[in-house]
Design a protein around this ligand. Sequence first.
Ligand code: GLC
Length: 633
Amino acid sequence: MTTTVIAPPAAPPPPPSRRRRGRLLAAGLVLLLAASAAVYWLTRDTDDGGYDPDAPYLDASRPVAERVDDLLGRMTLDEKIGQMTQAERREVTTGDVTTYALGSLLSGGGSVPADNTPQGWADMYDGFQTEALATRLRIPMIYGVDAVHGHNNVSGATIFPHNIGLGATRDPQLVRKIGEAVATEVVATGLDWDFAPCLCVARDTRWGRTYESFGEDPEIASSMTTIVTGLQGEQLGGPNSVLATAKHYVGDGGTLGGKDQGDAQISEEELRKVHLPPFQAAVKAGVGSVMVSFSSFNGEKLHGHRYLLTDVLKGELGFTGFVVSDWNAIDQIDGVRDAFTPAEVSTAINAGIDMVMVPERWREFIGVLRDEVNAGTVPMSRIDDANRRILTKKFELGMFERPLADRSQFDQVGSAAHRELARQAVRRSQVLLKNAGGVLPLKPKTGKVFVAGRNADDIGNQSGGWTLTWQGKSGPITEGTTILQGIKEAVEPGGTVTYSADGSGLNRGYDVAIAVLGETPYAEYEGDRPDGVKLDKVDLDTLATLRKAGVPVVVVLVSGRPVDISAQLPQVQGLVAAWLPGTEGAGVADVLFGAYAPTGKLPMSWPATAAQEPINTGDEKTPLFAYGYGLTY
Ligand code: GLC
């Protein structure tokens, strides 16, 4: 028989020693970390590693698409949102560009560094860029500015005629050269993105932005997209190449009553026939960015218009650059001009906006967009598409290789060569509308010439809006030649010139009186004139004073658009539309004194009365002067 010893139940193994427990815990933690790292790595949308100097995106010999793919694969969601965020320079403090990985900054109209010189701009730019290069992946920021008729924020820069005058030249090659000159001056200050050209087609001269248009016929604006090549070069990244911006997409010049940021209540057929062609031409010319219009199309804000922004612009037209919103414009998508809502943010991005101009509330925007992505209302694919578009332009511009300002061309800003080009453009933009008795051309270096009018000796007035400040202003605001100075150069010392702003003092001893009249500076909605554009009392009084002397009167109109002058026309012998010539006012005198016979042609139908607006070529109305009209000697 076997004796079975029933052992007492085995005592539970002795608890591991403290040391062993520790080891087990540590092993557990390592396993947990490893597991979570694996999960993170597998599900990460990005590489959260640090800067890798050997990363493919930093290899300029690689195709841009490869560099974009590599960089995108390394970016966090916040870094991607940062690339889509554009803040105003006055609204960031030191370190913000790094902290938030901001992809872009801008200068709003008149937002200039304390030292408003090329050096001061380059120092400002490099300060921000150095912060961008301190981000994890060292992605350069791109800096946008409105250089819409020269580098017009910069003191001493060459100010060219506004687009309405360039439209009167009908000279696309001249406009391309102007683009080259403007790009050179922008690059000379370190910047890399120009919010120009405006390709709006102004259909109603009551609109405050008429002067930013090349005219009422889309053919002119389409032909002038040569300026895109002037600004960007044959391809981005050349010696004086800046990113151009076709704006404002689409139909801003066709709103009811010419109301700025209003509603274009027109058929899609008219939108496609009149307002879309210049953007098609700009896309064909390779424009790198497009800015969306504040306006609406039949009640729907363009900033939320997926069909026009994505299906038409990016799909049908094949635009591969990036779309930028206008100044706080996403705030208006819901029809209320208040701060943007989460719904407006997601609507704008999903409609096809790639970069958002949120000058002040950019921090809030970053948080809202992050929440919208995490909530699934903005798909990651849209974020990635926007980043691809933005990064592609930055690579093409060569920004990763040359991120800081090139300081070798400060002397290009306001250079004699650029001013001569501007003077040529002024000459060619003059439109001679009346020349009774051959009062023009005046004889140079002879005679007694009387000059009157508040616009005769005023650089600010002859330059108009978007000059040194957003709205522009009267007075000696920058270097240049006033129209009066140009007249003096043409007449003296053989002849004499007397200037009297209000026309007092004119007598029969003078051969001719030149009255330089018209508008004073304004921009955007500040220039809306719902009741039409007429001479104001100051100008009418000046003209009345001149008429009493019985001396032939030549009116030179400095204005951003046709002015209702029907009542005054019979009282004057000569009439010249000078538009907004900019800093080289001598170009006006060149035409008045025959150094250059006028060749300009009206880019807009000239209404007989405001009641005719909108009046455009081809409609049944009879203007005072027809589109395309212009006399010569
Ligand atoms: C303005 C204008 C636009 C300009 C932008 C940045 O509101 O609509 O033309 O480029 O803001 O200054």
